[in-house]
Design a protein around this ligand. Structure first.
Ligand code: ADP
Length: 255
């Protein structure tokens, strides 16, 4: 049991001695094993590690989709570990954006309708200020000519740009991106990663991205590596070569 004090702070996400166990006794799987980490405001963090290292669990716990077994996790200063499912869902709807490998757009809705969907799910009418922000995003993301189209009429890169617009629209405390370039070709991946990079730099958007790809992770301000439910490396910005090396050794190179 961790002795780290559980306290909220200025971090967008704070893990304090957080563990997530599956099963009991000798069959216990420690998907997260005593994680202490702050994800800071405006930071673009890449979360890496081999399959089964705990990346999905980390993201699901940080987003309030999954509960921990021990310790504490704070999202936007709120203690997720003491909240019930309903309270966590409310917090998530208001403060978290998601971008998935498979885009997860609603096929029957237009681009414009997909982008405002999070507001509708939260039962919130889009204000004039919010509409201006959405119009700005649509323009910056090069979607102006596509707002009346359905997702199936768009390329993969365009669909992911819609998903990014949807994630940024409500100005969430954090955007979680799960292998956002996993289904995209190299050129389109670069475009999507540049957009995420500039969302962090220009809008101060906090982003946490799970990725296997050292090139994708080289766009991040910070690279975390998980192994067996623990954080085994925590670095600042690295080149793709440094990240590849880090993944092989998981011991760290100078940040
Ligand atoms: P990653 O995303 O890095 O592949 P996961 O977070 O999915 O890793 O899984 C971490 C560990 O927890 C793995 O050993 C996995 O088998 C285990 N695990 C994840 N979800 C469950 C579950 N629902 N039941 C039992 N074990 C699970």
């Amino acid at each position: 049991m961790s002795t780290t004090p559980i306290t909220p702070d200025q971090a967008v996400v704070a893990f304090r001695g957080a563990s997530k166990h599956y099963g009991t006794g000798s069959g216990t799987v420690r998907a997260l094993d005593g994680i202490d980490i702050d994800i800071r405001q405006g930071e673009f963090t890449a979360i890496m590690g081999p399959s089964g290292s705990g990346k999905s669990t980390f993201m699901n716990v940080a987003a309030g989709l999954d509960d921990i077994t021990e310790g504490g996790v704070f999202l936007a200063g709120q203690p997720l570990h003491t909240m019930d499912d309903t309270a966590r869902t409310m917090l998530r709807r208001g403060r978290v954006g998601f971008v998935f490998q498979s885009f997860n757009l609603v096929p029957t809705l237009t681009v414009a309708e997909n982008i405002v969907l999070p507001f509708q799910l939260a039962g919130h009418r889009v204000t004039r200020d919010e509409q201006q922000w959405i119009d700005h995003l649509v323009q910056v993301l090069g979607l102006t000519e596509r707002v009346a189209h359905k997702p199936a009429e768009l390329s993969g890169g365009q669909q992911q740009r819609v998903a990014i617009a949807r994630a940024l629209a409500a100005r969430p405390a954090i955007v979680f991106a799960d292998e956002p370039t996993g289904n995209l070709d190299t050129r389109t991946s670069t475009e999507v990663l540049r957009l995420m990079r500039s969302a962090a730099t220009e809008y101060g958007q906090t982003i946490a991205m799970v990725s296997h790809d050292p090139i994708a992770a080289s766009y991040a301000d910070r690279v975390l590596v998980l192994a067996d439910g623990r954080i085994v490396a925590d670095h600042g910005r690295l080149s793709p070569q440094q990240i590849s090396h880090l993944l092989l050794t998981a011991e760290g190179v100078p940040a």
